[in-house]
Design a protein around this ligand. Structure first.
Ligand SMILES: Cc1cc2nc3c(=O)[nH]c(=O)nc-3n(C[C@H](O)[C@H](O)[C@H](O)COP(=O)(O)OP(=O)(O)OC[C@H]3O[C@@H](n4cnc5c(N)ncnc54)[C@H](O)[C@@H]3O)c2cc1C
Length: 401
């Protein structure tokens, strides 16, 4: 039988997981990435149960574990004073942990294995859009070239050129918040992921990394970061005193502020459905979300795995694109929308500054915490656990060595 020919745009978490899964399922896969070559850049992100399970299904988890420091405890400090203790370890799901992965380390790991399973990765290819001709999908490039595929997976992130050019119905929501992410060469004696929500509406997050390093993220001013970094960094650092000593020791340990990642004015993307003929959307191109549940990249990886298994099942047995699309959309979109909503609520509430609003929020969180089923339900959602997806986490064939 002829192999399904798949073109994937974007070599981020969604694109590379889709590519590896597709190749392992017998498809002929090419990935197009706009940057000229792989470079060790980018920030870190939290990797959770669902992301760890994707790596395991692809037989790529054990080899990546040395890059992670797994935590089960999560401490949320509200209004700079009330500590709520959560434990991912109590969740009855596989890989009930949280860890931070550095984006370039995960990308390097996935790239290496993509090549081993026969994926062709072509850097320096900027896609300008896609068109559909006679049921096939054609990717267009800024060089003027184009290539035809049975299936295209748009993994080209939040500003997806494919989504824009196909004019797919999309809602873009301004988040109105900006963040910094960085790594410092200091270590705390605890395997704990901490988040501190201050009285001033700013968040600071701390997570241990292997090799004596710590990852941090924090709220940053919209637009103004470069001006602050260049002209009044010390004053800005001093402004974090209310968030506690750990925060101050991290900020003072930053070796090079130019290497701290700045994401200005985040946006959310909502689109419906997540396919358009033979073009399927995965990751941020379909559902960029607020970072407050640490689920964007994890969800992107699950999309890739679920989508490629469905394409193999439906299209591989002669079915229509639309049938694969409908199944993908009905399994993933409602669940990811719930994650987006949860992250949106957390993002909004973390930014509250007025005393009555914070008092109400803190009390609600404390009540939620003591009502075990509620607290468990929230943690399961934040961990990306969707019972309807269980079968997709069955291991694919072992990677070719
Ligand atoms: C502050 C912050 C904190 C976050 N924290 C977390 C977290 O803790 N946990 C988590 O899971 N997620 C987190 N995220 C979200 C996460 O980074 C994204 O959801 C994830 O990177 C999405 O993966 P993706 O593959 O869909 O897109 P991307 O990672 O954006 O990758 C898209 C790829 O496509 C390429 N590309 C784009 N356009 C084109 C084109 N026209 N042609 C060719 N190639 C193209 C890009 O160069 C890139 O390599 C956070 C995000 C932010 C901003």
């Amino acid at each position: 039988m002829r192999k399904i020919k798949v073109g994937i745009v974007g070599a981020g978490p969604a694109g590379l997981v889709s590519a590896i899964a597709g190749a392992k399922l017998g498809m002929e896969v090419t990935v197009f990435e706009k940057v000229p070559e792989f470079r060790p850049a980018g920030a870190g992100f939290g990797i959770q149960s669902n992301g760890l399970r994707v790596l395991e299904a692809l037989d790529l988890l054990d080899s990546f574990l040395p890059k992670l420091r797994l935590c089960q405890k999560y401490i949320l400090t509200l209004s700079g004073e009330t500590d709520l203790h959560y434990n991912f370890g109590e969740l009855p799901i596989p890989h009930n942990h949280f860890a931070v992965a550095l984006r370039f380390e995960l990308q390097e790991h996935l790239l290496l294995h993509a090549e081993k399973v026969g994926v062709m990765v072509r850097f320096g290819h900027r896609c300008t859009g896609a068109e559909i001709h006679n049921g096939k999908a054609v990717i267009k490039f800024d060089s003027g070239n184009e290539e035809e595929f049975d299936i295209v997976v748009a993994c080209d992130g939040i500003h997806s050129a494919i989504r824009t050019k196909l004019n797919v119905k999309t809602k873009e929501l301004e988040v109105g918040q900006s963040y910094l992410r960085g790594v410092v060469p200091i270590q705390f004696e605890e395997d704990v992921f901490r988040e501190i929500w201050g009285n001033d509406g700013r968040i600071f997050g701390i997570c241990p990394l292997p090799e004596g390093r710590t990852f941090f993220f924090c709220s940053a001013p919209n637009e103004k970061w470069e001006e602050i970094r260049n002209n009044r960094l010390n004053e800005w650092i001093e402004g974090w005193k209310g968030h506690g000593e750990k925060v101050m020791s991290i900020l003072k340990a930053v070796e090079d502020w130019n290497l701290v990642n700045y994401d200005n004015r985040l946006k959310e993307i909502q689109m419906k459905p997540w396919y358009y003929g033979p073009v399927f959307f995965a990751g941020d191109s379909a559902h960029a979300m607020r970072p407050n549940y640490g689920q964007g990249a994890n969800s992107a990886m699950v999309d890739g795995l679920v989508l490629m298994k469905l394409i193999a099942e439906v299209i591989g047995s002669g079915g229509r694109h639309e049938d694969a699309g409908k199944r993908y959309d009905s399994i993933r979109r409602p669940f990811v929308s719930r994650i987006q909503q949860g992250a949106r609520m957390a993002g909004i509430m973390s930014g509250w500054t007025s005393a009555p609003a914070r008092k109400f929020r803190d009390l609600t969180f404390r009540i939620h915490k003591v009502i075990k089923p509620l607290s468990k339900q929230n943690l399961l959602l934040a961990s990306g656990f969707n019972p309807k997806e269980e079968r997709f986490f069955q291991p694919l064939a072992p990677a070719v060595q």
